[in-house]
Design a protein around this ligand. Sequence first.
Ligand code: ADP
Ligand code: MG
Length: 384
Amino acid sequence: MALVPGEIVRLFRQHFGGAAPQIYRAPGRVNLIGEHTDYNLGFVFPIALEMACYAAIAPAAHDKLQVFSREANAGFAININEVAEAKPMHNWSDYVVGVARELARDAVPLKGADIYIASEVPAGSGLSSSAAIEVAIAMALLDGRELQPLEIAKLCQRAEGQFVGMPCGIMDQYAAVFGQKNAAIQIDCRSLTHNYVELPPNLRIIAVNSMVKHELGTSAYRERVAECRAAVEAIQQRYPEVQSLRDVTPEMFVEVEAQIPEIPRKRARHVITDSQRVLALGKAAEAGDLAEMGQLFVDSHRSMQHDYEITCAEIDFLVERALRIPAVYGARMTGGGFGGCTVNLLAPEVEERFRRELAADYKQKFNLDPIFYDCVPSPGASRM
Ligand code: ADP
Ligand code: MG
C-alpha cells in the first residue's frame, strides 16, 4: 500500500515537530531485462514501481541537514558547510550525504533543513531502494529549484559511485527519475535517451523476493566490472575503436570471441546478448507476443546463470518452479544478483496459483517465506 502524504507529514512532525514539510517521492524499479548492461553502456528495460521512497523536508533555523530514516530507525546531522568535504561513514547516511555533496559541488547552495525519510522499497533486494533514496533526497534538497531530470539521475549515480563506493551504471537512478505510468522504459545507456514501451494488457508482472542476499554481491559486482573491461581490452586487439561492450555487435563478437580469455568471454557474451534482448523484448511487447517475451526472460536467466554466473540456488529454484506453472510466460532473476528478486510474467488467471505454489515449495525447500510484489509501471520522481 502506498504511503499517503498525510502519514509522512505525521511522521515528520512526530519526529521534528512544528513545520509543514514538502514531500518528494522517488520510486524503486524492477528491471525486466538487460542485466549488468548499463555500466557497459548497453540497453536496459526497467519499470518504475509504485513502491517508493519519500523524503519530507522543511527549512530550519539551524545550518545543518538533520536527517532521520524510518527504516534505519536512526538519524544524523551534518553542517551544510562541511558537506562538500565530507568523508563516507560506510552506512546509510552515505546515500544522503553523497547526494548533498554532489549538489554542493554542482554549486547548488544547501540550506539548513530537517528531513524525514520513509521508504516502501525493500532494501538490498534488487528493486533499487538505493536509487529511490538518492533521487528522493536530491529532489528534497533542490526543493523546487530547477535541475534537468537527466542531471538529477547523473548526480545521484555519481553519489553512489564516488561516495558510497558502488560503481553502478545509470539504470536505477534513470528509472527513478523517468518512470512512467503504464509503460516500461527502454533506456540507451550510451546516449542516455529512452523510449516508453506500453506492455500488453492481460499480463501480470510479479517480483518474488527470495529473502536472501549472499555477501558475494558487492565484491562480485566489482569483479564483473573488471572482467567486462578485460573483454573490451582483448577485443581492442582486433577492433581498436571499441570503447565498451556496447560497441561490440553480436557479429563482431562471434568473430573475435576465440581471442578473449574464457571468463571475460563469457561475461561479454552475457552483456552483448542481454543488451540485444532488450531490443527484442521491446518488439515482442509492442507485438503483444507474450510467448516471445517469456522466452527472452528465460534466455536472459540462463545467460546470467551460466555466462555471468550471478545467480544462486534460491533464485534458480524460484525461476524453475515458476516455469513449471502453465501461463507463466517467463521468469528470471532481476537486479545485481546473488539473491534478491525474480521477475515473472504471467497470465492474471494463474496469479493465485503462482503465489500459493511458489510460497509452499520455497518454504519447504529453503524454510523461507518469499514476498510477492505486484509490479505496476508507475511515474518517476515528483513533488507531492
Ligand atoms: P537495493 O538498491 O537493491 O535495494 P543497495 O545495496 O544498492 O540495494 O541499497 C540498499 C541500501 O540503501 C541500504 O542498505 C541502505 O544503506 C540504503 N537505504 C535504502 N533505503 C533506505 C532508507 N529508507 N533509509 C536508510 N537507508 C536506506
Ligand atoms: Mg541499489
